[in-house]
Design a protein around this ligand. Structure first.
Ligand code: SF4
Length: 349
């Protein structure tokens, strides 16, 4: 059996004739764990829909579990989905059913006919998430962290080969966030699943040792290890995300830096680099030519003409600062003035 769980090569994906993901290239084998970083409008929901067979591949190659996306037909989709588990930020359990009945409902819906096997499976996955004693509890009797554990148990119940966790810790406090991330990591490793964990918060991945993919405007802009992201950042968008994380050595009232402007509308993308209207280093070339993802010898991939930390980047910064360009001044001041969209809200996702 092919060990590749996800394999995208130059994949361009569209929805309603609109391109929502562009030239996506990455692969995961069994047991791989990757963090996908991006805020609203960067394409992570589109990626999930693609994995689920809801969106069509327009160009390039794409394979999810054993399905070639170009050859995917309606009749293949139930089998594809049986091999995927999804954990959402705000997964809603059926409020009038116990934890056991919620799990039983999902197992029956996915073809588990034997009541004894369902019961064994429910006991096993609830034990895996540390909730074996909450079988008869109703959702309103559980804390937010426990409800998220139940949603993880539901995602694990059908034995997925790929687990996609979409902002699984956003509504939880920091201690519970770490418990949930650790739980997901342990389950992913013990079950040798591939896992994609989506978050907009780079603070969530600090101190972890996995692969990171940073997306912007439907495209991968940086891909490397967590260590490299924090110690050798090379894309200006990643650098801007890092500036927006609170630091433990900052006073509690410190204003965090946001990114100037708004993410592009994917229907009317700017020419050249999609980050150019917001980038403090943008030069003429950035507005004309779109940079492709290029990989250095150590596997660090970046799509940028003036990568952070290079002499070219420093020269670009100096030129823009001298010219008084707004994005550059905003970064130099460490915060942004009135027109900033902190939420980075608009755009397809
Ligand atoms: S320096 Fe240029 S290519 Fe790099 S992110 Fe900024 S605008 Fe894009």
């Amino acid at each position: 059996m092919d060990k590749h769980i996800i394999s995208f090569e130059g994949a361009t994906i569209s929805q309603d004739k609109k391109v929502v993901l562009r030239e996506v290239s990455f692969s995961l084998v069994e047991g791989d764990f990757v963090y996908l970083i991006g805020r609203t409008g960067t394409g992570k929901s589109s990626l999930l829909k693609t994995l689920y067979g809801d969106l069509k591949l327009r160009e390039g190659k794409g394979k999810v579990v054993d399905c070639e996306l170009l050859k995917l037909r309606e009749r293949h989709i139930p089998d594809l989905r049986r091999q995927l588990g999804v954990v959402f930020q705000d997964f809603q359990l059926l409020p009038d059913r116990s934890v056991e009945k919620n799990l039983d409902f999902v197992l029956r819906a996915t073809g588990w006919k034997s009541a004894d096997k369902r019961k064994d499976r429910i006991t096993e996955v609830l034990g895996a998430v540390g909730l074996e004693d909450k079988l008869k509890f109703f959702p309103h009797e559980l804390s937010g962290g426990m409800r998220q554990r139940v949603s993880i148990a539901i995602a694990l119940a059908c034995g997925p080969r790929l687990l996609f966790a979409d902002e699984p810790t956003t509504a939880l406090d920091v201690t519970v966030q770490h418990q949930i991330l650790n739980l997901l990591g342990v389950q992913q490793s013990e079950r040798e699943m591939a896992m994609v964990l989506v978050t907009h918060d780079l603070g969530v991945v600090a101190g972890r040792t996995d692969e990171i993919i940073v997306m912007y405007a439907g495209k991968v802009v940086e891909q490397t290890t967590t260590h490299q992201i924090f110690h050798n950042t090379s894309h200006p968008y990643t650098e801007a995300l890092l500036r927006s994380i609170p630091k433990t050595d900052q006073p509690s009232h410190t204003r965090l830096a946001a990114i100037a402007g708004r993410p592009p509308n994917l229907i009317t993308m700017p020419s050249g680099c999609s980050f150019s209207p917001r980038c403090p280093y943008a030069q003429d070339r950035c507005f004309d030519e779109e940079p492709q993802l290029t990989t250095t010898h150590d596997g660090h991939a970046t799509a940028c003409w003036y990568q952070v930390g290079t002499p070219e980047n420093q020269a670009a910064w100096d030129r823009n600062l001298a010219a008084g360009l707004p994005a550059t001044l905003a970064v130099a001041e460490g915060h942004i003035v009135d027109e900033v969209s902190v939420d980075l809200g608009a755009g397809a996702s």
